[in-house]
Design a protein around this ligand. Structure first.
Ligand code: WT7
Length: 657
């Protein structure tokens, strides 16, 4: 990471305590209280989680074993029967929350909608009946490729209600990427919209679905359900495609929630790794429900009159856990915004906060850095006094951005929760509890109760204070992923064997580098594998390389991340060409566009450098460390003795071919 250097964090000594008023009203009120909870959970994790599961969630039938741990495979609340849609909706209907706003939605063109718990429940039940009518049964996978509209959340909850695992694919992914995911998940039905608004333009979602399904490449998909959002003409394939409003109107609003086994799959969400195709991260029902419920409650310190806003897209895990499931399970009011800051409306986030009196605001460091650039005058021109808590997620936050967020957005009165977690962890793992844990700019602070996080070497030994190492977790937790869909072996290899198991004791390897300071605070430094984080979006270098070499002009490609002031990292691709092609600006543009076609705009390389050859070791491995240094414009240092052909390095240094 460019912003988070070891030097800068070792110098970071500022400590920010929550105000006494904040702590007094907080869910967890003091460092002592946090420590007690932490020690209690550490001493007996099963009792800790079981007590919360009993108190906080509705179960159709209680479990008989809290945890069955056959490393690395965990089962939580074994034989318990539960439905997360019931916990998010039905149980609130019997209380005063029935007519409380569950979902506030602000659309991009300025339209808006509020759904109470009763209304959301009704819509979800109808949607669930539409799915059933189209033949979706318990266990069938449903693809969701949607803009940020209430129907995205409704579709997810409807799937959960009938026990059909959903697989949400971010609306910014290309038709190719969508196709790969639908094939892997063997989706039976796809829910989409005619289009979505993104930065003043229409994203043609239905066209992309048509492309993804063309030539019957995804034979499992029998039906496509289309929500009308943008209204342009689209093609509808008779028999396969259905307008949602046609079916929803006639659907019954009665649909009891299916009692699911605690370990039944709730969803698959694809994420990039360092090798191969994106993997389908599998989350199940009971443990995920409990973990997102508790983390939302304690970390966002929810109160019943709060308006809570997480700016993520539902296509990412943050949207799953902290727009939909966690907040609704707690009976909170969750805000969903279709728009994004753009030149025509750079102050739109602050407008939304003022308009709805948002109390809790959760966004990404890359967004904060963009706001800094856009200027203080934008937030200063709005009334942000409703805010009482701020959060960040997705990448390390540089202390400068943290301080700006604290002062300009939080008015120096709002604690900041810098939350470290991953698609795989299901929920937040390392974070301040805002009324209890003093914060340091740039540190995610301490692990959530029940999370035995550590910084270790590759033998699994804890490293010393302020020494760099690998972020690891020592004990299973309820929200952890259960497997890679269809590939349990990949699950074991990717997460549980980097640190060799000892005496049947397995350690979860997160893929991040970290260190712990003298107060035990965690400082996450970024990925240690071939995953790059561009504006909070996770991309595998190998995925982008595969996209590049699928172009006929490309012989070889190597992709690395380089530090970027705004996005955290940007993509740099080193490319060698097939003999009959030569470098040109036109080809450069074409290759960038090709990657967008193959993966999506989030993967567009910031830079492509043509080269005669790539630096390789004698055994033929591309020396990425060298390329990373070159991309960052640094002197190539360290050992280059394994480099096969030194002239390659000279040429690359001079700017390539
Ligand atoms: C990777 C996970 C889960 C939320 C969204 C991203 C990085 C995430 C932080 C943070 C430093 C962070 C890590 C992690 N990351 N949050 N607060 N501080 N790094 O989910 O796409 O699964 O990516 O994001 O590198 O491994 P994801």
């Amino acid at each position: 990471m460019s912003q988070v250097t070891i030097e800068s964090i070792l110098q970071e000594k500022r400590l920010f305590h929550p105000s006494p008023e904040f702590s007094q009203k907080a869910r967890i009120k003091s460092l002592d209280e946090y420590r007690q909870l932490y020690e209690k959970a550490k001493a007996d994790p099963q009792t800790f989680w079981a007590e919360l599961a009993e108190k906080e969630l509705h179960w159709f039938q209680k479990w008989d074993t809290v945890l069955d741990w056959q490393p690395p495979f965990a089962r939580w609340f074994v034989n318990g029967k539960i439905n997360i849609s019931y916990n998010c909706l039905d149980r609130h209907l019997a209380t005063w929350r029935r007519n409380k706003a569950a979902l506030i939605w602000e659309g991009e063109p300025g339209d808006s909608r509020t759904l109470t718990y009763a209304q959301l429940h009704r819509e979800v039940c109808q949607f669930a009946n539409v799915l059933k009518q189209l033949g979706v049964q318990k266990g069938d996978r449903v693809g969701i490729y949607m803009p940020m509209i209430p129907e995205a959340a409704i579709a997810m909850l409807a799937c959960a209600r009938i026990g059909a695992p959903h697989s949400v694919v971010f609306g910014g992914f290309s038709a190719e990427a969508l196709r790969d995911r639908l094939i892997d998940a063997e989706a039976k039905l796809v829910v989409t919209a005619d289009g979505g608004w993104r930065k003043d333009a229409i994203v043609p979602l239905k066209d992309q679905v048509d492309k993804a399904l063309s030539n019957n490449t995804v034979p499992s998909v029998q039906n496509v359900l289309v929500i009308k959002r943008t209204g342009q003409t689209i093609s509808m394939q008779p028999g396969r495609d259905h307008w949602w409003h046609d079916l929803q109107a006639g659907a019954s609003a009665h649909c009891p929630a299916e009692p699911m086994d605690s370990e039944d799959m709730l969803f698959i969400l694809y994420t990039s790794g360092s090798t191969g195709k994106p993997k389908g991260v599998v989350h199940t029902t009971g443990g995920y429900n409990l973990y997102t419920h508790m983390t939302t409650q304690w970390i966002f310190d929810l109160r019943d009159d709060d308006v809570y806003w997480c700016t993520a897209d539902v296509g990412w895990i943050t949207g799953h856990s902290y727009i939909v499931y966690g907040p609704l399970s707690n009976g909170a009011t969750t805000l969903m915004y279709e728009g994004a800051p753009r030149p025509s409306n750079p102050g739109c986030f602050w407008d939304v906060i003022e308009k709805y009196g948002v109390n809790i605001f959760y966004t990404a460091p890359t967004a904060i850095r963009a706001f800094i650039k856009m200027g203080e005058h934008l937030p200063r021109a709005r009334d942000l006094s409703s805010l009482r808590l701020l959060g960040t997620v997705g990448e390390p936050i540089n202390p400068e951005a943290w301080m700006w967020y604290y002062k300009v957005i939080g008015g120096e009165r709002c604690p900041i929760v810098d939350t470290w977690w991953q698609t795989e962890t299901g929920g937040i793992m390392i974070t301040p509890l805002p009324g209890a844990i003093p914060t340091k700019p740039g540190s995610a602070t301490l692990p959530f109760p029940g999370i035995l996080a550590d910084v270790v070497d590759l033998e699994g030994n804890s490293v010393g204070t302020n020494e760099g190492g690998y972020l690891a977790v020592q004990h299973p937790w309820p929200g952890m992923m259960r497997t890679v869909y269809g590939d349990p072996d990949r699950f074991r290899r990717t997460y549980w064997e980097h640190i060799p198991p000892r005496d049947g004791h397995y350690t979860y390897f997160a893929g991040d580098g970290a260190r712990r300071d003298e107060d035990g605070y965690f400082w996450v430094m970024g990925r240690v594998d071939d995953v790059i984080n561009v504006a909070g979006h996770r991309l595998g270098t190998m995925e982008i390389e595969s996209a590049l070499v699928s172009h006929p002009a490309v012989a070889e490609a190597a992709v690395v991340g380089k530090p970027d002031e705004l996005k955290g990292q940007d993509i740099v691709a080193f490319v060698t060409l097939e003999g009959n092609h030569s470098p040109s600006d036109a080809l450069l543009k074409e290759l960038k566009e090709h990657v967008v076609q193959e993966i999506g705009a989030i993967a567009r390389p910031g830079e492509i450098r043509f080269a005669d050859a790539l630096p390789k070791t004698r055994s033929g491995k591309i020396m990425r460390r060298l390329l990373r240094s070159l991309a960052a414009g640094e002197e190539v240092s360290g050992d280059v003795s394994t480099l096969e052909d030194r002239s390659v390095l000279e040429k690359l240094r001079q700017g390539g071919a």
